[in-house]
Every structure is written in C-alpha cells, then in structure tokens.
Design a protein around this ligand. Structure first.
Ligand SMILES: Cc1ncc(COP(=O)(O)O)c(C=O)c1O
Length: 387
C-alpha cells in the first residue's frame, strides 16, 4: 500500500498548499530534476562535443526507452515540447482543401481547437464537432456519436484520449476502429495518456498519437512525444523546419535548432520513477482514488459526478451547483489554498480534481470543506475581510 504522506517528500511541493491539479502541469519529482540537472551539467561542460557526439545517440536511447513503455518502436517516436506542438506538427503537415472536414469532439482542448481553426482559415476546410452524451456517458454511446458525425467529407479525426475539462477517458481503441472503418485517419491527442492509463500504441494502431510525459509520467516540463505509424511518417514535419528537412521523420524531428534537450533525455529517470512507484499498480491506485474522491466531494456538497466508472481515470469531475462564473469560483478556491480547474460544460460549472501518488483521501476531505466555503461567495468574502 502506497503511503502518500511519505511519498510526498519525493516532490518539492509546498506543504501549505493543497495540490490537487496534477492534470494541468504535472509536478516533477526531485529524482527526475536531478537527472535533468546531470544532463545539463554534461552539456555545459563541453557544448560542442555534447551536441555533435553525445546527443544523437542519447536522444535515440531516450526515445527507445519511452517507446518500449508505450508498446512502440523507438524509430517511430520523436520528442516534441508538448502535446500542443505534436498536434500542430501533424495538422500543419497535412494538406486540406475547401470542403474538407476535420472532425473533433465538442470537448476538444481549446489550444487544439485553435490550431484547427487556423488550418481551416488558411485552407477552406471546416471543423465539425461531434456532441457526446454528458454527464456520465457510456463508452459505446461516445463511439456511436463519433461514428455518426463522420461524413463523406471527413478527412481527419482529432480525438482526445482523455478530455481536458471534462476528464473523460474515451474508448479510444473503439473510436479509432470506427474511424478507420469509414476510411478516416485519426490523430489521437493523448496529452493526459502516458502514465495515466495503460498504453500500447502498436495495438491501438492510430495514425498519429501525441502525448505528454510532463503530466502523468512526472517527466520534466517540456517533455512530450509524437508517434507516427510507419506509413504516416512520410511528409510529416516538425513545426520548425531545420537542417533535417527532407531527410526523414527522425532527422527532421531530432534537430529543430539549438535547444536544451535535458527534459527529453531525463525521461528515462521519469520512467524509472513511475516503475518504482508501481507502474500499472500506481495507475490503478490513482484512478481508484480519483473515483472515491469525486464521489466524496459530490456527496458532501449534495451534487453529482461527471464521469461514470467506465470513463474515469486519475481525474474526476464534480458539478458545482449555482455557479455561473467558473473563473471567480477557481479564484476563491485559490485564495483558500488549493487549485482545481472549474469549467462551464453545457451551461453548468464542473470542478476537476486530480489524484497522484502524493494524494490520499484526506486531501479530498479538505477539498470538500473548501468547496463548501467557496460555494457561498458572500460568506467567503466576509471571512476574507475579517482575516
Ligand atoms: C486534451 C489536451 N490536449 C492538449 C493539452 C495541451 O498540453 P500541453 O500544454 O502540454 O501542450 C492538454 C492540456 O491539458 C489537454 O488536456
């Protein structure tokens, strides 16, 4: 049994702040930061030799280690700074024309929606948004909603593996199968996938999968990857074109200009850390904790949860009754010493909580009390004035 209070010392988290938002930016443990620092020390000792001799083999070694964890081959995976960049690389490499449709879910992440808007404005393609049932959707209903939104004009589906504001773990394998059955390629936005849910990219057989390591795998910030199926690597380019242009997927992505590669190279330390904390057992434990925590908070404030147990992972969603200003609610929680995203979905406000190894149920007992305080703005502001 994992002792969250003891394990917390692995991170440098502020003990006075209730950290329940691992989903947004992750949190890098001391061991991974030490490994990253060691790579920086090596680089700065001899920058020229490092980039010419050490880096090319080191980046491929890191890619192979990460790929093995993801059920993939290292040659099919390149590092990118974040999932937003991974999505941009794919979307900007494809050629669209007027009349083409790019299919997303209504729950698509805002930055990726903007990328698609940008592509559409430049090419005359349009974005189609599939509505999925919410709250507590069943996996089959989600897949059916995606399949029903495909038209003869659909050229690409961009599907979140785990949605951001609504924290739903989508039935991604079924969705990929449904899209492929209609001849539609799929870019999976797995920003929250690695270290959160079990992944086997070869078996999933999407066309492209991009995922963050700096969220649930606890890697250093700016460590993410883009995996591309072999037949999709031709004509796939990074957002920044550099010396490797035209020389193949890895040559193009492994060098996009001088940069600090320490976040990528220390991914092996993040993989070791994840394994040391239990690997699949940690992922299951975090999902169970998030599920219990979500029910606890929902019960305490007399509300409902957003995800059922078939679509839940290490994040959970609780409806906040009577809240119309999501930003103000989040600010009140921040002032009370915690941070949890609050979003309006379908006109209602939903709070998203996260569960990581350093959390246990007592954290959500505290959260429930803080949410109760923040739900009553008048009482909240009176108490702030007194303080
Ligand atoms: C579904 C989804 N896509 C993309 C992103 C962007 O991740 P990043 O900021 O690391 O690019 C997020 C971040 O939370 C996300 O939830």
């Amino acid at each position: 049994m994992l002792d969250a209070a003891a394990i917390r010392a692995e991170w440098a988290l502020d003990p006075d702040f209730l950290t329940l938002n691992h989903g947004s930016y992750g949190a890098t443990p001391r061991a991974v930061r030490a490994a990253q620092d060691a790579w920086r020390d090596r680089l700065e000792a001899q920058p020229s030799r490092f980039f010419r001799e050490t880096y090319p083999a080191a980046i491929r070694h890191a890619a192979s280690s990460l790929a093995a964890f993801l059920g993939a081959h290292g040659d099919d995976l390149a590092f990118v700074e974040n999932a937003t960049t991974g999505c941009n690389a794919v979307l900007r490499s494809l050629r669209f024309q007027p009349g083409d449709e790019i299919l997303v879910l209504q729950h698509v992440y805002g930055a990726v929606r903007n990328t698609i808007r940008h592509i559409c404005e430049r090419t005359g393609a349009t974005m189609a948004e599939a509505a999925i049932p919410f709250p507590r959707p069943l996996p089959d209903a989600i897949t059916e909603a995606v399949a029903a939104a495909i038209t003869p004009r659909t050229r690409l589906a961009v599907i979140d593996h785990i949605t951001s504001a609504s924290a739903l773990v989508l039935p991604i394998a079924d969705i990929v199968r449904a899209c492929h059955a209609s001849g539609v390629p799929v870019l999976v936005d797995g920003a929250h996938g690695p270290g959160h849910v079990d992944l086997d990219l070869t078996a999933l057989d999407a066309d492209w999968y991009t995922g963050n390591c700096h969220k649930w795998l606890n890697a250093a910030k700016g460590c993410a990857f883009l995996w591309a199926r072999r037949d999709r690597q031709h004509d796939l380019h990074p957002v920044t074109i550099s010396h490797g242009y035209g020389q193949g997927f890895l040559a193009e992505f492994d060098w996009t200009g001088t940069f600090d590669p320490s976040a990528y190279l220390s991914v092996t330390a993040a993989l070791d850390f994840h394994a040391r904390l239990g690997g699949p057992a940690l992922r299951a434990r975090n999902a169970t904790l998030a599920f219990e925590a979500t029910n606890l908070v929902a019960t305490r404030i007399g509300s409902e949860t957003g995800g059922g147990n078939q679509v839940s992972g290490a994040m959970g969603l609780v409806r906040l009754p009577g809240i119309t200003d999501a930003a103000a609610m989040r600010d009140r929680l921040l002032a009370l010493g915690t941070d949890t995203p609050v979003s309006l979905i379908g006109g209602a406000a939903w709070l998203r909580l996260s569960a990581q190894a350093y959390n246990d149920l007592s954290d959500y007992e505290r959260l429930a009390g803080l949410v109760q305080q923040a739900l009553e703005p008048d009482a909240f502001w009176r108490s702030r004035q007194k303080a």
